[in-house]
Design a protein around this ligand. Structure first.
Ligand SMILES: Cc1cc2nc3c(=O)[nH]c(=O)nc-3n(C[C@H](O)[C@H](O)[C@H](O)COP(=O)(O)OP(=O)(O)OC[C@H]3O[C@@H](n4cnc5c(N)ncnc54)[C@H](O)[C@@H]3O)c2cc1C
Length: 514
């Protein structure tokens, strides 16, 4: 899909914490500290949010391709912020400004209520350039690498008729297929953990072959790198819902009848109203649990949606998150009722998963081993976050709306006493809500880092003319929904590519003069 996940995601724009990037730099990645990358965030951004405090203004840009604005919110947002305040958390008008901490209204990748993907923001304005060619529905099957020089020569792709075609690269190949497919493509090109490649009989240059064939030719993978390791994901519990006694929040049933028509007209005229809402997500909070080591680097994020899983009667949301009929039935008491949900997750989970090849065929989806909540610390932090969510719902601001926590136990946890730590651990594992924020599978790091796949200029170790630029390079996940960081990584990659071209041209010119 053009624009990748940014074309179908929730559109919530969060850059992350300054310390995320300072940590990347401290891990041996010069050029990636917050002070280094802030100009890139500013360059990318066209910031339309009006009421940011003066102190936050220097953190924003207005000349970039990517619009960021506030969209429609309901009466649930002020209650969320007030409830946070009554528990002692600050109201933060701009979590993308000087400080990330506190309770906030979400900023959205949108302009006048119309969502923006990276394709709309970056590709559309330059689509007529003669040096830009985009092939749709065209999977890249591998990067073609010259065996003797270990240089990326181009890519091979599958044509619509199933034939394989080759495109040569004059300068470099840039791989941006995301956290799952970038490692898959690298592995299929002979770059990855030796064992994994041998298992699938992946040959170096001639493409794909059985293990016997590999052994017969005594062929080793081109480069033995920990590709696909270090998978990190924002996982937390779903199912923390509160019902309202009155009609509050994003009341989806109204949008399913002809009452919807005035809203449609309003949206078309003003870009405002419920149709501009990023799937009901209105509030976000970055807060510390008792396990947080640094008060300025929150260890949990709470996302607040002004509807429940069943407000839409099970028509959309249930399918979107792939809930079984049995689990969904647990929430049938919330069908067509107003309410809200809070989704907590650890910002920098310690658990690590991996991506493995299913086969040597690009069309076979790779295996994702999530290992969510494998590290007990992730469970502890999440349980504390759940208790905070329950406290939030008890605050006067929510009680005024008649908020009631929906107490049904999940089918797989009914043998446990409700709301004990054991119960919540079971709930987390039964109803794991993935936020689709993943990173880390082509880790960036210095040469001394045995887990690194790319260097701090995003070049793949051991191969010339090949870089990776997407969420997979994050050495540690950002404490944020990842789209903004991915856009910044794209901006950084463009600077790195341009500066190396300038360097090459200067070197060539100097050589010619000699
Ligand atoms: C449902 C959902 C909701 C989300 N909500 C939010 C949110 O609200 N806010 C936020 O900040 N983040 C959100 N995210 C996360 C965010 O969108 C991603 O982290 C980010 O877009 C990742 O960018 P990327 O460039 O690494 O990869 P992707 O966006 O995944 O792009 C990879 C691209 O590579 C293409 N590709 C893959 N394999 C091949 C191949 N073999 N050949 C050719 N092309 C290939 C894909 O089609 C895709 O276009 C969400 C993600 C999802 C899926």
């Amino acid at each position: 899909m053009l624009g990748g996940s940014s074309s179908l995601n929730g559109g919530i724009y969060v850059r992350g914490n300054r310390k995320d990037y300072d940590n990347w730099a401290a891990m041996g990645n010069p050029g990636w500290s917050f002070d280094d990358i802030l100009p890139l965030f500013k360059r990318a951004e066209n910031f339309f949010v009006k009421d940011v405090p003066e102190g936050d203004a220097p953190y924003h840009g207005t000349g970039g391709y990517f619009p960021v604005s506030h969209t429609y919110v309901t009466d649930v947002l002020p209650a969320f912020i007030e409830a946070g305040e009554s528990l002692g958390f600050p109201y933060n008008k701009d979590y993308n400004g000087a400080s990330q901490r506190g309770f906030s209204r979400v900023q959205v990748a949108a302009k006048r209520g119309k969502r923006y993907s990276t394709a709309r923001a970056y590709l559309k304005p330059v689509r007529h350039r003669r040096n830009l060619h985009v092939l749709l529905n065209t999977p890249v099957s591998r990067i073609v690498i010259d065996e003797s020089t270990k240089t990326a020569k181009g890519i091979e792709y599958l044509n619509e008729d199933g034939s394989r075609r080759f495109v040569s690269a004059t300068r470099e190949v840039i791989l941006s297929a995301g956290v799952v497919a970038s490692p898959q493509i690298l592995m299929l090109s002979g770059i990855g953990p030796k064992k994994e490649l041998e298992k699938h009989g992946i040959l170096m240059l001639s493409g794909i072959g059985p293990k016997k064939e590999l052994e017969k030719h005594g062929i080793q993978p081109i480069v033995d790198l920990p590709v696909g390791e270090n998978l990190q994901s924002h996982a937390g519990p779903g199912g923390l819902y509160f019902s309202f006694t009155q009609k509050s929040g994003l009341f989806v049933p109204d949008l399913l009848t002809t009452d919807f028509l005035p809203e449609l007209e309003n949206y078309l005229k003003t870009g405002d109203g419920p149709l501009s809402s990023p799937t009901g997500f209105e509030g976000v909070a970055f807060v510390n649990t008792s396990h947080a080591a640094d008060p300025d680097w929150p260890d949990i994020e709470l996302l607040m949606g002004a509807l429940t899983i069943a407000t839409d009667g099970g028509n959309f949301y249930k399918r979107r998150i792939g809930l079984s009929d049995e689990a969904w039935e647990t929430y049938s008491g919330l069908k067509y009722r107003g309410g809200f949900g809070v989704y907590p997750h650890p910002t920098r989970p310690k658990s690590r998963g991996k991506i493995l090849l299913r086969s040597a065929n690009i069309l076979d989806h790779p295996i994702i081993i999530g290992n969510y909540f494998k590290d007990p610390d992730d469970v502890k932090i999440t349980i504390e976050a759940i208790r905070l969510v329950l406290q939030l719902g008890e605050q006067p601001a929510f009680k005024k709306l008649g908020a009631q926590f929906y107490k049904q136990s999940l089918p797989g946890c009914r043998h446990l006493e409700q709301f004990t730590d054991e119960y919540w651990e079971c709930h987390i594992r039964q109803f794991t809500y993935l936020h689709w924020h993943d990173g880390g599978t082509c880790k960036m790091g210095p040469p001394s880092d045995p887990g690194a796949v790319v260097d701090p200029t995003l070049r793949v170790y051991g191969v010339k003319q090949l870089r990776v630029a997407d969420a997979s390079i994050m050495p540690v996940m950002v404490s944020a929904n990842c789209m903004a960081a991915c856009i910044m990584i794209g901006e950084k990659a463009s600077d790195l590519i341009k500066s190396s071209q300038i360097l090459n041209t200067t070197e060539r010119a100097t050589a010619e003069l000699r």
